[in-house]
Write a new protein. Structure first.
Length: 287
């Protein structure tokens, strides 16, 4: 194998694998967690060629790497690569957290859903119980958040997607978890929801899902899984429709990282100070 990650085996190495990954804030987040908890580690962002994900993971393990975070587009690849999976990872079909044992066996978990729930309920005080929830999108991110959302026992979850067959597949898979319905965006006319989650990646391209304005009422909470230096296009749209509780996914990013950190180190770091630090570092004064 010609790949050389050049890890310093005298220290504990962790990394995030993705493509692209230069924009990742995970190294900054985990460095802040490490400083906070007194844990010594080296955490870096590594861009992995699309066709060599498995090779990179196995090489990282062979060079005494301790753990990996996995971001787009490799979460489903990671799922297939793992020797063992947590129950929530197996249900979601997605892995964003990997660790290795002494035999270099690959163990996988997903912390995305827990990260979302923690940010919504703990950081932002949003009660999901008995609420109507609209989830837009039907990709890997939705697979990761559905089971944790169902655990909060909302009144119903509606999954809207351009390709409705993909939404139907998710409702069939997760139907035992709660009251879940699939529909097209056009079928949302004259329906409103307590919580709306934009789980598409359209905000990154400055685009909106084709969702009607009627989905928002005065007390609707709108949450975009994406984040940027400024309000996302979805956040601005939600505020224009009168939504008063509008959030981006930066808190979720930190919360899922904290769950990964706990998986690896057995310590749950404080997230509030890290979220505040990141907000300041990206010049984001929305809050």
């Amino acid at each position: 194998m010609s790949i050389d990650l050049s890890l310093d085996t005298s220290i504990n190495n962790y990394a995030v694998f993705g493509n692209p990954v230069k924009h990742s804030k995970s190294p900054q987040i985990h460095s802040l967690f490490a400083r906070q908890t007194g844990i010594t580690l080296n955490y870096q962002a590594i861009e992995v060629p699309h066709e060599k994900f498995g090779e990179y993971v196995k090489l990282f393990a062979s060079q005494k790497g301790k753990g990996l975070n996995i971001t787009v587009p490799f979460k489903e690849n990671a799922f297939s690569l793992c020797n063992t999976l947590t129950q929530r990872a197996e249900l979601s079909g997605s892995v964003n957290t990997i660790w290795f044992d002494e035999q270099n066996n690959i163990h996988g978990d997903t912390t995305d859903g827990k990260g979302l729930i923690n940010d919504l309920t703990i950081n932002n005080g949003i009660d999901i119980h008995n609420k109507s929830v609209l989830v837009m999108g039907a990709g890997g991110s939705v697979k990761a958040i559905l089971e944790p959302l169902c655990t909060e026992k909302p009144e119903q979850i509606v999954i809207a997607n351009r390709t409705i067959s993909r939404a139907v597949q998710l409702t069939e898979k997760f139907s035992v978890q709660g009251n879940i319905e699939a529909c097209s965006y056009a079928e949302l006319s004259n329906r409103s929801f307590d919580i709306i989650i934009n789980a598409t990646s359209l905000s990154l391209a400055g685009e909106l899902p084709p969702v009607p304005e009627t989905v928002i009422k005065n007390n609707t909470c709108c949450y975009d899984l994406m984040y940027s230096d400024m309000n996302t296009i979805f956040m601005n749209w939600a505020k224009e429709q009168g939504a008063t509780k509008v959030f981006d996914g930066l808190g979720m990013l930190v919360e899922q990282a904290a769950e990964s950190f706990n998986v690896w180190h057995g310590v749950k770091p404080d997230t509030v100070s890290v979220i505040e630090n990141l907000r300041k570092s990206i010049g984001n004064s929305r809050r």
